[in-house]
Ligand binder design. Structure first.
Ligand code: SAM
Length: 291
């Protein structure tokens, strides 16, 4: 047993040590796997409320009950903002949830997934087949097992949308929050391209969020954030960074028209919710602006 798992009154619990002073526990109804993979530690378990979950290095990455919130919002916001993305790059995202959502957009001709950990993909296929829902076998998918920070250094690569679906800025995910990485992403975007990136929980990780903001602003000029609340990520709102490489902001009503034309249906995403998610609570704005 690692220190993520402990016994209490005959039950097994998984403890996510969110910060030094906050630990969040979920009852483990069945432990499916727990051990070291190439770069990280992985635990896969069942919980009555959240369904099946997996954690990397002790941090919850997804639950089958609420993954649709994160995956729909990290994907459809940039794709509908862009409106005509043909080439999409997903960095991290080895569970397959983001590529599943990207591939629903008919205009997308190619999606590249760059995941550092081959085992995350294998674990997802084995334990979470509904999350990728066949996306790993899709003919439009190009799969690369590599460090995303190295991958974006190649100047021959160009994308309309880049989605950084990473772990937090510790371990292999740390490089995906640096100024150098964001500058390389900016250089890989076509004119009018958009980058969205997972930037953690403003309430619990204000220093990390401010740093991600400043590092993105260096190369993109301006960066904004939108927020979502995902029950499995304890600590309140999660911030997603949104940065444009030029281009024009869609006119009022344009996003709703694009959504209607797509014919897609969602469990969380709506054009109204898309717009509203950019209205930041004052404390989040303060973190981003002043730290
Ligand atoms: N949605 C989750 C969250 O918000 O916590 C994260 C999803 S998880 C699939 C993120 C993935 O990023 C992991 O599979 C991890 O292996 C991958 N990753 C971490 N660092 C990476 C790097 N430098 N390059 C590519 N993938 C990386």
């Amino acid at each position: 047993m690692t220190n993520f798992l402990y016994k209490l009154d005959g039950e097994t619990w998984f403890k996510e040590q969110v910060t030094g002073e906050i630990g969040h526990a979920l009852r483990v109804d069945e432990l499916l796997f727990e051990g070291e993979i190439d770069h990280q530690h992985i635990a896969v378990f069942e919980n009555e409320r959240f369904g099946r979950l997996f954690a990397l290095n002790g941090f919850i990455q997804l639950s089958t009950a609420d993954e649709f919130i994160y995956h729909e919002m990290v994907t459809h916001v940039p794709l509908f903002e862009h409106g005509a993305a043909k080439r999409v790059l997903v960095i991290g995202g080895g569970d397959g949830g983001v590529i599943r959502e990207v591939l629903r957009h008919e205009e997308v001709e190619e999606v590249t997934l760059v995941e550092i950990e081959a085992d995350v993909i294998e674990f997802s296929k084995k334990w979470f087949p509904g999350v990728s829902a066949g996306a790993f076998e899709h003919p439009k998918l190009k799969l690369e097992i590599a460090d995303g920070a190295q991958f974006v250094k190649d100047p021959s690569r160009q994308y309309d949308v880049i989605i950084v679906d990473s772990t937090d800025p510790v371990g292999p995910g740390e490089v995906l929050f640096t100024e150098e990485f964001y500058a390389d992403c900016r250089a890989r975007l076509t004119d009018g391209g958009i980058m969205v990136s997972q930037c953690g929980l403003p309430f619990l990780q204000p220093v990390e969020l401010k740093k991600a903001h400043d590092n993105q602003a260096q190369s993109f000029g301006s960066v904004t954030f939108y927020t979502i609340a995902v029950p499995a990520y304890s600590g309140g709102l999660m911030a997603l960074g949104f940065a444009r490489a030029g281009g024009v902001i869609p006119a009022e009503g344009e996003i709703a028209q694009r959504v209607a034309r797509s014919g897609l249906e969602f469990r969380y995403y709506t054009p109204e919710g898309h717009r509203a998610a950019f209205a930041l609570p004052a404390y989040v704005r303060r973190v981003v602006e002043t730290g």
